[in-house]
Design a protein around this ligand. Structure first.
Ligand code: SF4
Ligand code: SF4
Length: 480
């Protein structure tokens, strides 16, 4: 088997008697991971990456600290089985909205990928965003690419110890704060802060450390390996790509044959393309690939090589865009931007858009007409049916009434479905804001008014002063 480029070859001579002067070649199937030292670069895409870091992290770190009325603005309270999202209070019975949201997210990703390739990976994915933040810290403390390489390859001096220690400290602080914020979406963040300071809440501490450690490991050490080997999106994205998808491309027709040259010479007269083979595009790549070798699944579409090559082109006074965001058809057929834009509205994009629009409209409409009241009815199995004072037949139920509004509500409970059916227990009940309460309800009918057997009945729960109303089906048992 031929080893991959850069792979160590280990040749072991076998015993002379059996070997007959031949050799067996043992090739390791595993290549030791080489650390990547991306060089910093400035340019439009580098700036956009930072804009996205600020935007996403402002929302992520900031949102749990905002209040909505008397509660946290966004809180997924798993213990109380309630999700608070701005003015919405969702119960487990509203799981359909979560399902809808996941389907919409997946379809948006399909649509986005079909049109714009891996822009999500390069600009918004948490793995990219945290890696960018951790690399920025590393760069500020240890210096740029060559300084970091020197530091790593050099002996352990005082400078190396303090720089490495400081980097680790800052990384750990950012990772811990990220874990704390993440858990703050599930436990009220102010309470969580007090609990952590008092070293209370074993599970909370565990999850903060768990997510903190995951951030530290993924953004500090695994970095591009998460994108290359662990992320499933990189694997199935090729199914969503076609020749009209926007990708980062190198224009080989313009760039080849590559080679170094003096800036003042007419390189075309010497038979050279525009690529001066400076390898700057490779040095800035966070996944360590050479885009000049063609489209590769490791490319996260961050555009840093575009910035790098444009800088070189500017210095050489060549036109920009040797590496650029384009489509495979665009590069091959020398299409202009407007020609490529015309290909955006192709059948798969139109289908994704139509399905996505339908789902979004359906979900919004369903949220608008949603009743902020949920009711579950459970028959009391301990007391199936009994005769009570006054010659009445009684069945007992337990109703879980969930007030999904932000104010206290009074609910009226009534029942129908049998002649003479009435609610013998309290028929009005107050439930607090976003509160869910189990209520015992007794239904009675005059003895002998209903035939023996099981009868369908309905509970009507009506909010007073509000049009919220829910009807729930159950059965009333009449013994023989
Ligand atoms: S090849 Fe270019 S766009 Fe792709 S990951 Fe590397 S730097 Fe980013
Ligand atoms: S940065 Fe541009 S000129 Fe330099 S090696 Fe890459 S493609 Fe060639």
């Amino acid at each position: 088997m031929k080893p991959a480029e850069g792979q160590p070859r280990k040749v072991i001579p076998i015993a002379p008697a059996a070997a007959d002067n031949s050799q067996t070649e043992v090739v390791s199937l595993y290549e030791a991971q080489k650390k990547i030292y991306p060089r910093s670069i400035s340019g439009i895409f580098a700036r956009w990456r930072w804009v996205m870091v600020f935007l996403t992290q402002l929302i992520f770190y900031g949102l749990p600290w905002f209040e909505w009325g008397q509660r946290q603005m966004v809180l997924f309270d798993l213990g109380a089985r309630r999700f608070y999202i701005f003015g919405l209070v969702l119960y487990p019975q509203d799981f359909i909205y979560l399902t809808g949201l996941l389907i919409i997210s997946a379809l948006s990703l399909f649509l986005f990928t079909a049109v714009a390739g891996r822009l999500w990976c390069g600009f918004s994915c948490p793995q990219t965003v945290y890696t960018e933040m951790f690399m920025w810290i590393e760069h500020k403390i240890e210096g740029d690419r060559s300084a970091r390489m020197r530091l790593d390859n050099g002996p352990w001096t005082f400078e190396k110890v303090w720089k490495k220690s400081l980097k680790q400290l800052v990384w750990i602080a950012v990772a811990f704060w990220t874990g704390f914020t993440f858990v703050g979406y599930f436990v009220p963040i102010r309470e969580l802060g007090s609990e952590l300071l008092a070293l209370q809440g074993t599970w909370q501490i565990f999850w903060v450390l768990f997510y903190g450690f995951a951030t530290y490991g993924n953004a500090g050490y695994l970095r591009e390996q998460v994108c290359k080997y662990m992320c499933p999106y990189a694997r199935f994205q090729s199914a969503m790509f076609d020749k009209d998808t926007l990708v980062v491309t190198y224009d080989p027709e313009r760039g080849e044959p590559r080679g170094p040259r003096n800036k003042s010479i007419d390189h075309k007269a010497k038979g050279l393309g525009d690529c001066i083979d400076c390898t700057l595009c490779v040095q800035v790549c966070p996944t360590g690939i050479d885009i000049r070798e063609g489209l590769q699944y490791e490319c996260i579409g961050c555009g840093l090589c575009v910035d790098a090559c444009n800088t070189v082109m500017d210095k050489m006074k060549y036109p920009r865009g040797l590496i650029r965001f384009s489509t495979q058809n665009g590069v091959k057929n020398h299409w202009t931007q407007s020609q490529m834009l015309k290909r955006v509205l192709r059948p798969r994009v139109l289908i994704y858009t139509a399905v996505l629009a339908l789902l979004c409209v359906g979900m919004l409409a369903s949220l608008v007409v949603r009743t902020p009241l949920k009711v579950d009815v459970v028959r009391d199995r301990a007391a199936l049916s009994r005769i009570v004072a006054g010659g009445k037949l009684e069945n007992i139920y337990r109703l879980q009434i969930m007030n999904a509004t932000e104010g206290t509500q009074r609910y009226r409970i009534s029942a129908r479905g049998l002649e003479g059916l009435e609610v013998a227990s309290e028929s009005e009940i107050d439930i607090g804001p976003a509160e869910s309460r189990w209520v015992a309800v007794r239904l009675q009918v005059p003895y002998g008014s209903a035939a023996p057997g099981s009868h369908t009945v309905f509970f009507d729960i009506q909010a007073q002063g509000d049009k919220a109303q829910v009807a729930e089906k159950s059965v009333f048992l009449v013994p023989r």
